[in-house]
Design a protein around this ligand. Structure first.
Ligand code: CUK
Ligand code: CUA
Length: 641
Protein backbone atom coordinates (compact mmCIF):
# COMPACT_ATOMS: atom_id res chain seq x y z
CA UNK A 1 0.00 0.00 0.00
CA UNK A 2 2.67 2.45 1.11
CA UNK A 3 4.75 1.34 -1.81
CA UNK A 4 2.01 1.97 -4.38
CA UNK A 5 1.26 5.45 -3.00
CA UNK A 6 4.92 6.17 -3.23
CA UNK A 7 5.09 5.07 -6.82
CA UNK A 8 1.99 7.03 -7.81
CA UNK A 9 3.22 10.11 -6.01
CA UNK A 10 6.64 9.98 -7.54
CA UNK A 11 5.20 9.35 -10.99
CA UNK A 12 2.99 12.40 -10.60
CA UNK A 13 5.91 14.42 -9.36
CA UNK A 14 8.11 13.30 -12.20
CA UNK A 15 5.61 13.85 -14.99
CA UNK A 16 4.02 17.02 -13.70
CA UNK A 17 0.50 15.59 -14.19
CA UNK A 18 -0.50 17.05 -10.87
CA UNK A 19 -1.45 20.48 -12.15
CA UNK A 20 -4.91 20.65 -13.62
CA UNK A 21 -4.78 22.48 -16.89
CA UNK A 22 -8.41 22.64 -17.73
CA UNK A 23 -9.57 26.24 -17.47
CA UNK A 24 -13.27 25.32 -17.34
CA UNK A 25 -12.59 23.09 -14.40
CA UNK A 26 -10.67 25.90 -12.67
CA UNK A 27 -13.51 28.35 -13.00
CA UNK A 28 -15.81 25.73 -11.48
CA UNK A 29 -13.40 25.33 -8.59
CA UNK A 30 -13.22 29.10 -8.08
CA UNK A 31 -16.98 29.45 -7.97
CA UNK A 32 -17.17 26.99 -5.11
CA UNK A 33 -14.33 28.59 -3.18
CA UNK A 34 -14.78 32.31 -3.86
CA UNK A 35 -16.43 34.38 -1.13
CA UNK A 36 -19.60 36.09 -2.39
CA UNK A 37 -18.38 39.40 -0.95
CA UNK A 38 -14.71 38.83 -1.90
CA UNK A 39 -14.37 42.23 -3.59
CA UNK A 40 -15.56 44.06 -0.50
CA UNK A 41 -13.27 42.05 1.76
CA UNK A 42 -10.07 42.86 -0.12
CA UNK A 43 -10.93 46.44 -1.04
CA UNK A 44 -8.69 48.97 0.63
CA UNK A 45 -9.89 52.42 -0.40
CA UNK A 46 -7.41 54.89 -1.91
CA UNK A 47 -5.37 56.46 0.88
CA UNK A 48 -6.37 53.76 3.39
CA UNK A 49 -3.88 51.29 4.79
CA UNK A 50 -3.87 47.51 4.81
CA UNK A 51 -4.32 45.57 8.04
CA UNK A 52 -1.28 43.33 7.65
CA UNK A 53 2.20 43.38 6.24
CA UNK A 54 3.23 40.22 4.39
CA UNK A 55 6.94 39.69 3.83
CA UNK A 56 7.21 37.24 0.96
CA UNK A 57 10.50 35.61 0.09
CA UNK A 58 11.84 36.23 -3.38
CA UNK A 59 13.40 32.79 -3.94
CA UNK A 60 15.85 33.03 -6.81
CA UNK A 61 15.52 36.83 -6.89
CA UNK A 62 17.54 36.73 -3.66
CA UNK A 63 15.34 39.40 -2.13
CA UNK A 64 12.30 39.92 0.08
CA UNK A 65 9.12 41.64 -1.05
CA UNK A 66 6.66 43.53 1.14
CA UNK A 67 2.93 43.27 0.46
CA UNK A 68 -0.21 44.54 2.13
CA UNK A 69 -3.06 42.25 3.13
CA UNK A 70 -5.86 42.01 2.25
CA UNK A 71 -5.22 44.16 -0.83
CA UNK A 72 -2.30 42.16 -2.24
CA UNK A 73 -0.54 45.42 -3.15
CA UNK A 74 3.25 45.28 -3.30
CA UNK A 75 4.98 48.09 -1.36
CA UNK A 76 8.66 47.39 -1.61
CA UNK A 77 11.30 44.99 -2.73
CA UNK A 78 14.03 44.80 -0.10
CA UNK A 79 17.39 43.81 -1.59
CA UNK A 80 19.06 41.20 0.58
CA UNK A 81 21.40 38.80 -1.20
CA UNK A 82 21.22 40.23 -4.72
CA UNK A 83 22.59 43.37 -6.26
CA UNK A 84 19.74 45.76 -6.90
CA UNK A 85 20.36 48.44 -9.53
CA UNK A 86 17.17 50.25 -8.55
CA UNK A 87 18.78 51.53 -5.35
CA UNK A 88 22.42 50.73 -5.99
CA UNK A 89 22.45 48.07 -3.22
CA UNK A 90 25.48 45.89 -3.81
CA UNK A 91 26.86 48.45 -6.29
CA UNK A 92 27.56 51.40 -4.01
CA UNK A 93 30.86 51.30 -2.13
CA UNK A 94 28.90 51.40 1.14
CA UNK A 95 26.79 48.30 0.46
CA UNK A 96 29.21 46.10 -1.51
CA UNK A 97 30.69 44.65 1.72
CA UNK A 98 27.24 43.21 2.54
CA UNK A 99 27.73 40.65 -0.22
CA UNK A 100 31.20 39.52 0.81
CA UNK A 101 31.68 35.85 1.53
CA UNK A 102 34.56 33.44 1.99
CA UNK A 103 34.07 32.69 -1.74
CA UNK A 104 34.53 36.37 -2.59
CA UNK A 105 31.88 38.87 -3.64
CA UNK A 106 28.67 36.89 -4.30
CA UNK A 107 25.92 39.23 -5.50
CA UNK A 108 23.12 36.66 -5.76
CA UNK A 109 21.42 34.00 -3.71
CA UNK A 110 18.24 32.00 -3.38
CA UNK A 111 16.27 33.31 -0.40
CA UNK A 112 13.64 31.02 1.09
CA UNK A 113 12.29 31.44 4.59
CA UNK A 114 11.69 34.76 6.34
CA UNK A 115 10.89 34.72 10.06
CA UNK A 116 10.04 37.69 12.28
CA UNK A 117 11.70 38.12 15.68
CA UNK A 118 9.69 37.09 18.73
CA UNK A 119 9.46 37.90 22.43
CA UNK A 120 7.70 35.33 24.65
CA UNK A 121 6.64 33.50 21.54
CA UNK A 122 4.85 36.53 20.09
CA UNK A 123 5.87 38.54 17.06
CA UNK A 124 7.73 41.64 18.24
CA UNK A 125 8.32 43.25 14.85
CA UNK A 126 11.94 44.27 15.44
CA UNK A 127 13.70 42.27 12.76
CA UNK A 128 13.06 39.79 10.04
CA UNK A 129 15.58 37.08 9.19
CA UNK A 130 15.96 35.25 5.90
CA UNK A 131 18.30 32.56 4.62
CA UNK A 132 20.49 32.48 1.53
CA UNK A 133 20.38 28.90 0.33
CA UNK A 134 23.14 28.73 -2.16
CA UNK A 135 26.14 30.32 -0.52
CA UNK A 136 24.94 29.69 3.03
CA UNK A 137 24.08 32.96 4.74
CA UNK A 138 21.54 34.41 7.16
CA UNK A 139 20.44 38.01 6.74
CA UNK A 140 18.73 40.32 9.17
CA UNK A 141 16.47 43.15 8.03
CA UNK A 142 15.71 45.97 10.43
CA UNK A 143 11.97 46.65 10.45
CA UNK A 144 12.55 50.31 11.36
CA UNK A 145 14.27 51.04 8.09
CA UNK A 146 13.26 47.98 6.07
CA UNK A 147 16.90 47.63 5.09
CA UNK A 148 19.23 44.66 5.29
CA UNK A 149 21.58 45.49 8.14
CA UNK A 150 23.49 42.27 8.78
CA UNK A 151 24.52 39.12 6.91
CA UNK A 152 26.45 36.25 8.45
CA UNK A 153 27.86 33.41 6.39
CA UNK A 154 27.39 29.86 7.71
CA UNK A 155 30.49 27.66 7.40
CA UNK A 156 30.36 23.83 7.21
CA UNK A 157 27.01 24.14 5.46
CA UNK A 158 25.82 23.64 1.89
CA UNK A 159 22.36 24.52 0.69
CA UNK A 160 21.32 26.43 3.81
CA UNK A 161 17.70 25.31 3.67
CA UNK A 162 16.46 24.44 7.19
CA UNK A 163 16.77 28.10 8.03
CA UNK A 164 16.10 30.85 9.26
CA UNK A 165 13.67 30.16 12.08
CA UNK A 166 13.82 31.88 15.44
CA UNK A 167 13.33 30.57 18.98
CA UNK A 168 10.59 32.15 21.03
CA UNK A 169 12.67 34.95 22.53
CA UNK A 170 14.87 35.26 19.45
CA UNK A 171 17.68 33.74 21.50
CA UNK A 172 18.76 32.05 18.28
CA UNK A 173 18.14 32.13 14.60
CA UNK A 174 18.77 28.61 13.42
CA UNK A 175 20.34 27.46 10.16
CA UNK A 176 20.63 23.86 9.01
CA UNK A 177 22.53 22.45 6.07
CA UNK A 178 20.66 20.77 3.24
CA UNK A 179 23.57 18.87 1.74
CA UNK A 180 25.93 16.90 3.85
CA UNK A 181 29.52 17.52 2.83
CA UNK A 182 33.00 16.63 4.04
CA UNK A 183 33.63 18.65 7.23
CA UNK A 184 36.17 20.17 6.96
CA UNK A 185 35.96 20.35 3.18
CA UNK A 186 38.57 18.19 1.44
CA UNK A 187 39.26 16.32 -1.76
CA UNK A 188 37.68 12.84 -1.51
CA UNK A 189 35.70 10.41 -3.71
CA UNK A 190 31.99 11.27 -3.84
CA UNK A 191 30.97 7.63 -3.50
CA UNK A 192 32.59 7.51 -0.09
CA UNK A 193 29.80 9.83 1.12
CA UNK A 194 28.19 7.31 3.44
CA UNK A 195 29.60 7.61 6.95
CA UNK A 196 32.05 10.34 5.92
CA UNK A 197 29.98 13.32 4.88
CA UNK A 198 28.39 15.30 7.73
CA UNK A 199 25.54 17.72 8.27
CA UNK A 200 25.64 20.82 10.43
CA UNK A 201 22.95 22.60 12.40
CA UNK A 202 23.99 26.12 13.41
CA UNK A 203 22.64 28.04 16.37
CA UNK A 204 23.26 31.72 15.72
CA UNK A 205 22.72 33.85 18.80
CA UNK A 206 21.01 37.22 18.45
CA UNK A 207 22.08 39.90 20.94
CA UNK A 208 18.92 41.11 22.72
CA UNK A 209 19.53 44.85 22.24
CA UNK A 210 21.58 45.24 19.09
CA UNK A 211 20.40 42.09 17.35
CA UNK A 212 24.01 41.30 16.49
CA UNK A 213 24.39 37.73 15.20
CA UNK A 214 27.11 35.31 16.26
CA UNK A 215 27.42 31.59 15.60
CA UNK A 216 27.25 30.23 19.13
CA UNK A 217 27.73 26.59 18.15
CA UNK A 218 27.31 24.13 15.31
CA UNK A 219 26.02 20.63 15.91
CA UNK A 220 27.82 18.20 13.60
CA UNK A 221 25.26 15.59 12.55
CA UNK A 222 25.12 12.33 10.55
CA UNK A 223 25.29 12.70 6.77
CA UNK A 224 21.58 12.98 6.02
CA UNK A 225 20.02 15.80 4.04
CA UNK A 226 18.30 18.31 6.33
CA UNK A 227 15.25 19.96 4.85
CA UNK A 228 13.34 22.28 7.15
CA UNK A 229 13.12 23.12 10.81
CA UNK A 230 10.89 24.65 13.40
CA UNK A 231 11.44 25.74 16.99
CA UNK A 232 9.57 24.31 19.93
CA UNK A 233 7.39 26.83 21.75
CA UNK A 234 5.52 26.98 25.01
CA UNK A 235 6.02 23.57 26.61
CA UNK A 236 8.57 22.57 23.95
CA UNK A 237 10.58 25.81 24.16
CA UNK A 238 14.23 24.79 24.38
CA UNK A 239 13.88 22.21 21.60
CA UNK A 240 14.31 22.56 17.86
CA UNK A 241 13.06 20.11 15.23
CA UNK A 242 14.66 19.37 11.86
CA UNK A 243 13.35 17.17 9.06
CA UNK A 244 15.74 14.86 7.25
CA UNK A 245 15.61 12.95 4.00
CA UNK A 246 18.08 10.67 2.32
CA UNK A 247 18.71 8.96 5.63
CA UNK A 248 20.07 6.19 3.39
CA UNK A 249 23.04 8.52 2.83
CA UNK A 250 23.06 7.92 -0.90
CA UNK A 251 25.45 10.05 -2.89
CA UNK A 252 23.04 10.18 -5.84
CA UNK A 253 19.37 10.79 -5.21
CA UNK A 254 17.91 8.90 -8.14
CA UNK A 255 14.85 7.35 -6.59
CA UNK A 256 16.40 3.88 -6.44
CA UNK A 257 18.94 5.13 -3.97
CA UNK A 258 17.21 7.54 -1.67
CA UNK A 259 13.58 7.25 -0.50
CA UNK A 260 14.10 3.55 0.13
CA UNK A 261 13.48 3.86 3.81
CA UNK A 262 9.84 3.75 4.75
CA UNK A 263 10.57 6.46 7.28
CA UNK A 264 13.05 9.28 7.57
CA UNK A 265 13.63 11.23 10.74
CA UNK A 266 12.75 14.40 12.52
CA UNK A 267 15.82 15.29 14.55
CA UNK A 268 14.82 16.75 17.92
CA UNK A 269 17.55 18.94 19.41
CA UNK A 270 17.51 20.12 23.01
CA UNK A 271 19.41 23.35 22.36
CA UNK A 272 19.11 24.52 25.96
CA UNK A 273 21.10 21.50 27.04
CA UNK A 274 23.77 22.10 24.42
CA UNK A 275 23.88 25.81 25.25
CA UNK A 276 24.58 24.90 28.87
CA UNK A 277 27.30 22.47 27.77
CA UNK A 278 28.90 25.15 25.60
CA UNK A 279 28.60 27.81 28.33
CA UNK A 280 30.56 25.45 30.58
CA UNK A 281 33.40 25.25 28.09
CA UNK A 282 32.13 22.28 26.05
CA UNK A 283 32.69 21.83 22.30
CA UNK A 284 35.76 22.31 20.13
CA UNK A 285 36.79 25.25 18.05
CA UNK A 286 37.68 24.38 14.50
CA UNK A 287 39.18 26.62 11.83
CA UNK A 288 36.54 27.99 9.47
CA UNK A 289 36.46 31.06 7.26
CA UNK A 290 33.21 32.96 7.03
CA UNK A 291 32.15 36.53 6.50
CA UNK A 292 30.21 38.66 8.94
CA UNK A 293 28.86 41.84 7.35
CA UNK A 294 27.25 44.65 9.28
CA UNK A 295 25.61 47.82 8.00
CA UNK A 296 25.55 50.88 10.25
CA UNK A 297 22.84 53.41 9.52
CA UNK A 298 24.77 56.35 10.98
CA UNK A 299 27.86 55.86 8.86
CA UNK A 300 25.55 54.50 6.13
CA UNK A 301 28.35 52.03 5.49
CA UNK A 302 28.77 48.26 5.75
CA UNK A 303 31.89 46.56 7.00
CA UNK A 304 32.84 42.97 6.36
CA UNK A 305 34.99 40.91 8.73
CA UNK A 306 36.31 37.46 8.01
CA UNK A 307 35.88 35.11 10.96
CA UNK A 308 38.45 32.38 11.51
CA UNK A 309 36.88 29.71 13.69
CA UNK A 310 33.64 28.18 14.82
CA UNK A 311 32.65 26.13 17.86
CA UNK A 312 31.45 22.63 16.94
CA UNK A 313 29.67 20.08 19.09
CA UNK A 314 29.35 16.35 18.47
CA UNK A 315 25.90 15.25 19.69
CA UNK A 316 27.47 12.24 21.42
CA UNK A 317 29.31 14.63 23.75
CA UNK A 318 25.97 15.76 25.19
CA UNK A 319 23.89 12.69 26.06
CA UNK A 320 20.17 13.38 26.05
CA UNK A 321 20.41 16.35 23.71
CA UNK A 322 19.56 14.83 20.32
CA UNK A 323 16.94 12.21 19.37
CA UNK A 324 15.55 10.95 16.09
CA UNK A 325 11.77 10.61 15.57
CA UNK A 326 10.86 8.33 12.67
CA UNK A 327 8.38 10.05 10.35
CA UNK A 328 7.03 8.69 7.07
CA UNK A 329 8.48 9.20 3.65
CA UNK A 330 10.73 12.15 2.89
CA UNK A 331 9.28 14.82 5.17
CA UNK A 332 9.52 18.39 3.91
CA UNK A 333 8.21 20.83 6.50
CA UNK A 334 8.11 20.18 10.20
CA UNK A 335 5.76 22.49 12.03
CA UNK A 336 5.05 22.96 15.72
CA UNK A 337 1.59 24.15 16.76
CA UNK A 338 1.11 27.28 18.91
CA UNK A 339 0.84 25.24 22.13
CA UNK A 340 4.13 23.48 21.43
CA UNK A 341 2.53 20.01 21.83
CA UNK A 342 2.12 18.88 18.25
CA UNK A 343 5.00 18.38 15.87
CA UNK A 344 3.67 17.85 12.38
CA UNK A 345 5.74 15.92 9.87
CA UNK A 346 4.79 16.68 6.28
CA UNK A 347 5.94 13.53 4.43
CA UNK A 348 6.09 14.51 0.75
CA UNK A 349 5.54 10.97 -0.48
CA UNK A 350 2.84 10.16 2.05
CA UNK A 351 -0.93 10.60 1.81
CA UNK A 352 -1.31 10.91 5.57
CA UNK A 353 -0.11 13.66 7.80
CA UNK A 354 1.85 12.50 10.83
CA UNK A 355 1.28 14.34 14.10
CA UNK A 356 3.85 13.69 16.81
CA UNK A 357 3.27 14.46 20.47
CA UNK A 358 5.89 16.41 22.40
CA UNK A 359 4.56 15.05 25.73
CA UNK A 360 4.88 11.48 24.46
CA UNK A 361 8.35 12.24 23.14
CA UNK A 362 9.51 13.44 26.57
CA UNK A 363 7.87 10.39 28.15
CA UNK A 364 9.67 8.02 25.80
CA UNK A 365 12.98 9.80 26.47
CA UNK A 366 12.51 9.66 30.24
CA UNK A 367 11.67 5.96 30.08
CA UNK A 368 14.60 5.37 27.73
CA UNK A 369 12.35 3.71 25.19
CA UNK A 370 14.76 3.44 22.30
CA UNK A 371 16.31 0.28 21.01
CA UNK A 372 18.17 1.50 17.96
CA UNK A 373 20.37 4.39 17.04
CA UNK A 374 22.03 6.10 14.09
CA UNK A 375 25.71 6.80 14.73
CA UNK A 376 24.94 6.67 18.45
CA UNK A 377 21.96 9.04 18.30
CA UNK A 378 18.93 7.30 19.86
CA UNK A 379 15.99 6.57 17.55
CA UNK A 380 12.62 6.72 19.32
CA UNK A 381 9.86 4.31 18.32
CA UNK A 382 7.34 5.71 15.86
CA UNK A 383 4.30 4.57 17.89
CA UNK A 384 5.73 5.98 21.13
CA UNK A 385 5.81 9.53 19.83
CA UNK A 386 2.73 9.47 17.61
CA UNK A 387 -0.26 11.60 18.54
CA UNK A 388 -2.14 10.42 15.48
CA UNK A 389 -2.47 10.86 11.76
CA UNK A 390 -4.70 12.90 9.53
CA UNK A 391 -5.80 10.13 7.21
CA UNK A 392 -5.89 10.54 3.43
CA UNK A 393 -5.60 14.28 3.91
CA UNK A 394 -4.27 14.87 0.41
CA UNK A 395 -1.29 14.09 -1.77
CA UNK A 396 2.16 15.52 -1.21
CA UNK A 397 1.93 17.50 2.06
CA UNK A 398 4.56 20.23 2.29
CA UNK A 399 3.86 22.79 5.00
CA UNK A 400 1.46 23.45 7.87
CA UNK A 401 0.49 26.70 9.59
CA UNK A 402 -1.91 27.36 12.44
CA UNK A 403 -4.75 29.77 13.16
CA UNK A 404 -4.49 29.78 16.97
CA UNK A 405 -8.03 28.35 17.16
CA UNK A 406 -7.00 24.72 17.23
CA UNK A 407 -6.64 24.15 13.51
CA UNK A 408 -3.82 23.32 11.16
CA UNK A 409 -3.68 24.36 7.50
CA UNK A 410 -1.61 22.08 5.34
CA UNK A 411 -0.57 22.56 1.74
CA UNK A 412 -0.63 19.60 -0.62
CA UNK A 413 1.54 20.08 -3.63
CA UNK A 414 0.44 17.12 -5.73
CA UNK A 415 -3.30 17.39 -5.14
CA UNK A 416 -2.88 21.20 -5.25
CA UNK A 417 -5.00 22.18 -2.26
CA UNK A 418 -5.07 23.83 1.12
CA UNK A 419 -6.58 21.58 3.79
CA UNK A 420 -7.90 22.75 7.15
CA UNK A 421 -7.97 20.15 9.91
CA UNK A 422 -8.51 20.00 13.64
CA UNK A 423 -5.40 19.44 15.75
CA UNK A 424 -7.20 17.43 18.45
CA UNK A 425 -9.56 15.25 16.40
CA UNK A 426 -7.34 15.24 13.30
CA UNK A 427 -10.48 15.39 11.16
CA UNK A 428 -10.39 17.31 7.92
CA UNK A 429 -12.72 20.34 8.16
CA UNK A 430 -12.35 21.90 4.74
CA UNK A 431 -10.28 21.76 1.60
CA UNK A 432 -9.88 24.33 -1.14
CA UNK A 433 -8.10 23.99 -4.48
CA UNK A 434 -5.01 26.08 -5.17
CA UNK A 435 -4.04 27.31 -8.63
CA UNK A 436 -1.67 25.60 -8.99
CA UNK A 437 0.49 23.28 -6.95
CA UNK A 438 0.90 25.13 -3.71
CA UNK A 439 4.22 25.23 -1.84
CA UNK A 440 3.99 27.13 1.42
CA UNK A 441 1.05 28.69 3.20
CA UNK A 442 1.39 31.68 5.53
CA UNK A 443 -0.92 32.86 8.29
CA UNK A 444 0.32 36.05 9.99
CA UNK A 445 1.93 34.88 13.25
CA UNK A 446 1.22 31.29 12.17
CA UNK A 447 4.73 30.45 13.25
CA UNK A 448 4.31 31.78 16.80
CA UNK A 449 2.37 31.20 20.00
CA UNK A 450 -0.21 33.78 18.93
CA UNK A 451 -1.32 33.49 15.32
CA UNK A 452 -3.65 36.10 13.83
CA UNK A 453 -6.03 33.65 12.19
CA UNK A 454 -7.83 35.94 9.80
CA UNK A 455 -6.08 35.31 6.49
CA UNK A 456 -4.03 32.58 4.89
CA UNK A 457 -1.87 33.14 1.83
CA UNK A 458 -1.00 30.17 -0.32
CA UNK A 459 2.07 30.57 -2.49
CA UNK A 460 1.73 28.52 -5.63
CA UNK A 461 4.48 27.11 -7.76
CA UNK A 462 2.68 27.18 -11.07
CA UNK A 463 0.63 30.04 -12.53
CA UNK A 464 -0.55 28.86 -15.97
CA UNK A 465 -3.72 30.71 -16.96
CA UNK A 466 -4.39 32.82 -13.87
CA UNK A 467 -3.30 36.14 -15.37
CA UNK A 468 -2.99 37.77 -18.76
CA UNK A 469 -0.30 35.82 -20.59
CA UNK A 470 3.20 37.31 -20.54
CA UNK A 471 4.97 34.89 -22.85
CA UNK A 472 6.60 31.72 -21.62
CA UNK A 473 7.65 33.24 -18.30
CA UNK A 474 4.99 34.09 -15.74
CA UNK A 475 5.23 35.54 -12.26
CA UNK A 476 4.27 33.18 -9.46
CA UNK A 477 0.82 33.29 -7.99
CA UNK A 478 -0.39 33.82 -4.46
CA UNK A 479 -3.94 33.29 -3.26
CA UNK A 480 -5.53 34.95 -0.27
CA UNK A 481 -8.11 33.09 1.81
CA UNK A 482 -10.38 34.37 4.54
CA UNK A 483 -10.02 31.79 7.31
CA UNK A 484 -12.10 33.55 9.96
CA UNK A 485 -15.05 31.18 9.48
CA UNK A 486 -15.52 27.42 9.55
CA UNK A 487 -14.89 27.12 5.81
CA UNK A 488 -12.09 28.88 3.98
CA UNK A 489 -13.11 31.42 1.37
CA UNK A 490 -11.02 32.49 -1.58
CA UNK A 491 -10.68 36.27 -1.76
CA UNK A 492 -7.94 37.21 -4.17
CA UNK A 493 -5.20 36.13 -6.57
CA UNK A 494 -2.10 38.27 -6.81
CA UNK A 495 1.26 37.89 -8.53
CA UNK A 496 4.44 37.65 -6.52
CA UNK A 497 8.02 38.36 -7.48
CA UNK A 498 10.73 35.74 -7.91
CA UNK A 499 9.75 32.44 -6.36
CA UNK A 500 8.15 32.82 -2.97
CA UNK A 501 8.87 29.96 -0.64
CA UNK A 502 7.82 31.01 2.79
CA UNK A 503 6.45 34.35 3.99
CA UNK A 504 5.94 36.04 7.34
CA UNK A 505 2.98 38.24 8.17
CA UNK A 506 2.36 40.69 10.99
CA UNK A 507 -0.47 43.08 11.93
CA UNK A 508 0.38 46.51 10.57
CA UNK A 509 -0.14 48.21 13.94
CA UNK A 510 2.73 46.24 15.44
CA UNK A 511 5.30 47.91 13.21
CA UNK A 512 3.96 50.79 11.18
CA UNK A 513 4.51 53.48 13.83
CA UNK A 514 8.13 52.40 14.27
CA UNK A 515 8.89 52.80 10.61
CA UNK A 516 11.60 55.45 10.42
CA UNK A 517 10.88 58.39 8.13
CA UNK A 518 14.20 60.13 7.78
CA UNK A 519 17.92 59.78 8.32
CA UNK A 520 18.94 62.94 10.16
CA UNK A 521 21.65 64.83 8.32
CA UNK A 522 23.06 66.02 11.66
CA UNK A 523 23.57 62.35 12.64
CA UNK A 524 25.30 61.41 9.41
CA UNK A 525 28.69 59.94 10.42
CA UNK A 526 29.76 58.87 6.95
CA UNK A 527 33.50 59.17 6.46
CA UNK A 528 33.06 61.06 3.18
CA UNK A 529 29.93 63.09 3.98
CA UNK A 530 29.77 66.75 2.95
CA UNK A 531 27.46 68.07 5.63
CA UNK A 532 27.23 71.58 4.27
CA UNK A 533 27.52 72.85 0.70
CA UNK A 534 30.73 74.55 1.87
CA UNK A 535 32.22 71.07 2.42
CA UNK A 536 31.67 70.18 -1.21
CA UNK A 537 35.07 69.75 -2.89
CA UNK A 538 37.30 67.63 -5.09
CA UNK A 539 40.39 65.97 -3.59
CA UNK A 540 43.04 64.12 -5.52
CA UNK A 541 45.20 61.35 -3.96
CA UNK A 542 47.48 59.97 -6.65
CA UNK A 543 45.14 58.70 -9.35
CA UNK A 544 42.19 58.53 -6.97
CA UNK A 545 39.83 61.46 -7.08
CA UNK A 546 37.30 61.93 -4.26
CA UNK A 547 34.40 64.19 -5.09
CA UNK A 548 32.50 65.32 -2.01
CA UNK A 549 29.19 66.27 -3.54
CA UNK A 550 25.93 67.54 -2.09
CA UNK A 551 22.45 67.39 -3.56
CA UNK A 552 19.30 69.34 -2.75
CA UNK A 553 16.34 70.41 -4.91
CA UNK A 554 17.40 70.91 -7.63
CA UNK A 555 21.16 70.98 -8.02
CA UNK A 556 24.42 69.20 -7.35
CA UNK A 557 27.39 70.98 -5.74
CA UNK A 558 29.85 70.96 -7.46
CA UNK A 559 28.19 70.53 -10.82
CA UNK A 560 31.13 71.41 -13.10
CA UNK A 561 34.20 69.31 -12.40
CA UNK A 562 37.49 69.58 -14.23
CA UNK A 563 40.94 68.13 -13.66
CA UNK A 564 39.92 64.47 -14.09
CA UNK A 565 42.19 62.32 -16.28
CA UNK A 566 41.71 59.09 -18.21
CA UNK A 567 42.90 56.29 -15.90
CA UNK A 568 41.78 58.00 -12.72
CA UNK A 569 39.48 56.27 -10.29
CA UNK A 570 36.73 58.71 -9.43
CA UNK A 571 34.68 58.39 -6.26
CA UNK A 572 31.41 60.30 -6.15
CA UNK A 573 30.56 60.64 -2.45
CA UNK A 574 27.15 62.21 -2.56
CA UNK A 575 25.19 63.51 0.41
CA UNK A 576 21.48 64.21 0.11
CA UNK A 577 20.74 67.37 2.10
CA UNK A 578 16.96 67.05 1.98
CA UNK A 579 15.25 66.65 5.33
CA UNK A 580 11.76 66.12 3.98
CA UNK A 581 10.25 62.64 4.09
CA UNK A 582 10.22 60.86 0.75
CA UNK A 583 12.49 63.14 -1.28
CA UNK A 584 15.31 60.96 -2.53
CA UNK A 585 17.62 62.03 -5.30
CA UNK A 586 19.30 59.72 -7.72
CA UNK A 587 22.66 59.83 -9.42
CA UNK A 588 23.76 58.37 -12.74
CA UNK A 589 27.01 58.97 -14.61
CA UNK A 590 27.40 58.13 -18.27
CA UNK A 591 29.61 55.08 -18.76
CA UNK A 592 29.68 54.19 -15.08
CA UNK A 593 29.41 50.45 -15.44
CA UNK A 594 27.44 49.66 -12.35
CA UNK A 595 24.16 51.26 -11.38
CA UNK A 596 22.51 54.41 -10.26
CA UNK A 597 22.51 55.49 -6.65
CA UNK A 598 19.26 56.21 -4.87
CA UNK A 599 20.21 58.44 -1.96
CA UNK A 600 17.65 59.00 0.77
CA UNK A 601 17.48 62.34 2.64
CA UNK A 602 20.36 62.63 5.10
CA UNK A 603 22.31 59.75 3.52
CA UNK A 604 25.69 59.60 1.81
CA UNK A 605 26.38 57.06 -0.92
CA UNK A 606 29.38 56.45 -3.15
CA UNK A 607 29.60 55.39 -6.78
CA UNK A 608 32.92 54.81 -8.53
CA UNK A 609 33.76 55.62 -12.14
CA UNK A 610 36.88 54.91 -14.15
CA UNK A 611 36.73 57.19 -17.19
CA UNK A 612 38.19 55.57 -20.31
CA UNK A 613 37.62 58.38 -22.82
CA UNK A 614 38.60 62.04 -23.09
CA UNK A 615 35.63 64.41 -23.25
CA UNK A 616 33.02 66.29 -21.29
CA UNK A 617 30.58 63.85 -19.77
CA UNK A 618 27.23 64.47 -18.09
CA UNK A 619 25.64 63.16 -14.93
CA UNK A 620 22.06 63.66 -13.72
CA UNK A 621 19.51 62.95 -11.03
CA UNK A 622 17.46 59.85 -11.81
CA UNK A 623 14.58 60.41 -9.40
CA UNK A 624 11.90 62.96 -10.34
CA UNK A 625 12.31 65.23 -7.33
CA UNK A 626 10.86 68.65 -8.19
CA UNK A 627 9.57 70.71 -11.06
CA UNK A 628 13.25 71.39 -11.81
CA UNK A 629 14.25 67.72 -11.63
CA UNK A 630 15.25 67.76 -15.28
CA UNK A 631 17.63 70.64 -14.49
CA UNK A 632 19.42 68.61 -11.82
CA UNK A 633 22.52 67.77 -13.81
CA UNK A 634 26.24 68.48 -14.29
CA UNK A 635 29.39 67.88 -16.34
CA UNK A 636 32.78 66.29 -15.79
CA UNK A 637 35.70 67.16 -18.01
CA UNK A 638 38.09 64.27 -18.66
CA UNK A 639 41.52 65.18 -20.01
CA UNK A 640 44.26 62.92 -21.39
CA UNK A 641 46.48 61.07 -18.94
S1 CUK B 1 10.75 25.11 0.76
CU1 CUK B 1 10.04 26.10 -1.04
S2 CUK B 1 7.95 25.37 -0.97
CU2 CUK B 1 12.45 26.33 0.82
CU3 CUK B 1 10.02 26.11 2.37
CU4 CUK B 1 8.71 24.14 0.71
CU1 CUA C 1 16.93 65.25 -7.75
CU2 CUA C 1 15.67 64.67 -9.56
Amino acid sequence: MKKSIKIIASLLLATGIFSCNNSEQNKEGDRGALASNAAEKVYVAPGEHDDFYAFISGGYSGNLTVYGLPSGRMFKEIPVFSQFPTSGYGYSEETKPMLNTSHGFIPWDDSHHPDISQTNGKLDGRWIFINGNNTPRIAKIDLKTFETTEIIEVPNSAGNHSSSFVTENTEYVVAGTRFSVPIPQRDMPINEYKGNFKGSLSFISVAPETGRMNIKFQLIMPGFDYDLSHPGRGKSHGWFFFTTYNTEEANTLLEVNASQNDKDFIAAVNWKKIEEYVNNGGGKTMPANYAHNVYDDHTHTATSTMKKEVLVVDPLEVPGAVFLLPTPKSPHGVDVDPSGEYIIGNGKLSADLTVHSFTKMIDAIENEKFDSDAYGIPILNFEDVLAGTVKQAGLGPLHTEFDGKGNGYTTFFISSELVKWNLETREVIDRKPNYYSVGHVMIPGGNSREPFGKYAVSMNKITKDRYLPTGPELEHSAQLFDISGEKMELLLDFPTHGEPHYAAGIPAELIKDNSQKIYKLAENKHEYAALSPADARVERKGNEVHIYMTMIRSHFTPDNIEGIKVGDKVYFHITNHEQDFDVPHGFAMIGANNAELLIMPGQTKTLTWEPKKVGVWPFYCTDFCSALHQEMQGYIRVSPK
